[in-house]
Design a protein around this ligand. Structure first.
Ligand SMILES: [Zn+2]
Length: 184
């Protein structure tokens, strides 16, 4: 069976962090969740952003935006200045293509999302807009790097959670238990 999704975890985090987390790890080994355009197509559907076919240029643009978001996330977690070139990449995607909501009258009043660009460009613009709000707003103070063993994911903290998922929390507790029993 071929892996059509790329295997990237989807944790219900803000869109920009979901994209950052497509670069993940399994037991400490780095994994690429967006290896081929097909993976990006599946991922975009999973996060309900686009259903269009995806090509290599779309994938390259997505990976460049992801790299920028990951660097912004690392700088934020480390309380360091945001790298200017990563800020520029996010702002460029946030500004294009033009997006707006359109009023529909039939069959009853409704709103429809419209854009001047293709589905993938619009999706990347949505992700970049989320990054603008996240890294420029108060939620940035709740951004955390997962403390699970071998995990490289980011998440927005709620309560005192130190882990991206229950799985990482369980592994961290098991590792602590193991370390404690080894030293006594
Ligand atoms: Zn984790």
């Amino acid at each position: 069976m071929t892996d059509v999704s790329g295997g990237a975890p989807i944790l219900g985090e803000p869109l920009s962090i979901e994209l950052a987390n497509t670069s993940y790890a399994v037991r400490g080994h780095p994994r690429e969740g967006l290896e081929v355009p097909q993976h990006l197509g599946s991922w975009l559907r999973d996060v309900r952003l686009a259903t269009a076919d995806v090509d290599a240029a779309d994938l390259a643009a997505t990976l460049a935006l992801r790299d920028a978001i990951r660097r912004l996330a690392d700088a934020t977690v480390d309380a360091e200045p945001l790298p200017a070139d990563a800020v520029a990449v996010v702002n460029r995607h946030a500004a294009t293509p033009a997006r707006w909501r359109e009023l529909r009258a039939d069959p009853e009043p409704d709103t429809v999302a419209r854009s001047a660009g293709g589905d993938v460009a619009t999706a990347l613009s949505e992700i970049a807009a989320d990054a603008v709000d996240l890294f420029g707003g108060p939620r940035r103070h709740d951004l955390r790097a997962c403390q699970g063993p071998g995990c490289v994911l980011h998440f927005i903290r709620s309560g005192r959670r130190e882990w991206c998922s229950h799985g990482c929390g369980n592994r961290a507790r098991a590792a602590r238990h193991y370390a404690r029993n080894r030293t006594t």
